[in-house]
Design a protein around this ligand. Structure first.
Ligand code: DP6
Length: 328
């Protein structure tokens, strides 16, 4: 009745931006990401104790944070088809303070894997992906390592909307993602609200959906050939298009800061000089640079020269996994 799991975050190369079902967290389009090591979140779940107590990074979770965790556990209880009782959850991330990198994807993936195991359910990446999706959409891509594709699915119940691993972490050990933390502040508009506002008000949204879906097989192809330049160009244009559709919302939504733009400008200049480095950008001002092992130190230097307060160099990460040691 007690289990612990560790999961890594992921960064999307083809972004997820917009839901067709807000309750079940079903996306309008497919997305594709790389799971990242060494950052991780570890979560212990025990059923039959406490009264649904949830502790995240040393704080008691409240409000929507707590509700999202309990909702996921409710779905575990439904799958287990037996009386599990209340649960105690403790979760801890090793992300640098306010890394500017969301830990929720890794957190919900770890919760799903630990929750299923604690309930006595068999290890099943597909079921764990569907389960973690209920916590946060992008979490479904953190259940497995390497390059994972969240297939949007067609069904109204979401049973065909989960992530599959396309290439494991060993496929491209040389690829690197370098997170440049330009701003440690909380973002003004959370991804969840920003994407909803974009779906509801951006006239460019249908074009975004069509284009992102079309890019998925291209991304897969570039990854299969380990073609960094082609993948870099694709991930940059996909990030620009996600932000363009948000900027076209009403009122407009802009996640870029002047620092973000300055870094992007500098990165282009370095690229002209022959450095293989591209960027992607989630719903915030902190770019993530895509490069290879030979250039990760130079990519970090580039980020610091542009005012990065912190830089996290990441390599391809593995699957979420069960751990013998518990957090309580
Ligand atoms: C820009 O997965 O955090 O990072 O499903 O509402 O919890 P919810 O949103 P979330 O959104 C991630 C958006 C993104 C792009 C991506 O990771 O694909």
């Amino acid at each position: 009745m007690k289990a612990t799991a560790l999961a890594h975050p992921n960064i999307a190369l083809v972004k997820y931006w917009g839901k067709r079902d807000d309750a079940l967290i079903l996306p309008h389009q497919s997305s594709l990401s790389l799971t990242l090591s060494p950052l991780s979140v570890t979560t212990t779940v025990e059923f039959g104790v406490g009264n649904d107590a949830v502790e995240l990074n040393g704080h008691t979770a409240r409000g929507s944070e707590r509700e999202r965790v309990l909702r996921l556990l409710e779905s575990v209880r439904a799958s287990a088809k037996k009386e599990l009782g209340p649960a105690k959850v403790v979760s801890r991330g090793d992300f640098p303070m306010a890394a500017g990198l969301a830990s929720s994807a890794a957190g919900f993936a770890a919760l799903a894997v630990a929750g299923r195991a604690a309930a006595g359910l068999l290890a099943d990446p597909r079921a764990a992906s569907i389960l973690s999706r209920l916590g946060s959409g992008s979490a479904c891509r953190s259940v497995q390592g390497g390059f994972c594709e969240w297939q949007r699915g067609e069904r109204a119940d979401g049973e065909d909307s989960f992530a599959v691993q396309r290439f494991d972490a060993a496929h491209w050990p040389d690829v690197r993602m370098v997170v440049a933390i330009l701003d440690r502040g909380e973002k003004e508009v959370k991804s969840r609200d920003g994407m909803k506002h974009t779906v509801d008000t951006s006239p460019y949204y249908p074009a975004w959906v069509q284009d992102a879906e079309k890019e998925i097989p291209h991304a897969r192809e570039h990854i299969s050939r380990r073609d960094l330049q082609a993948l870099g160009e694709l991930c940059e244009r996909n990030a620009w298009r996600m932000h363009a559709t948000s900027m076209a919302a009403n009122p407009p939504l802009c996640y870029l800061s002047s620092g973000t733009l300055a870094l992007i400008q500098h990165l282009r200049e370095q690229r002209k000089k022959g450095m293989p480095v591209w960027f992607t950008l989630d719903a915030g001002p902190n770019p993530v640079l895509l490069t290879d092992a030979a250039h990760e130190v130079a990519a970090e230097a580039l980020a610091r020269a542009c005012g990065a307060l912190d830089v996290v160099r990441c390599v391809p990460g593995g699957d979420a996994e069960l751990k013998a040691e518990h957090l309580f």
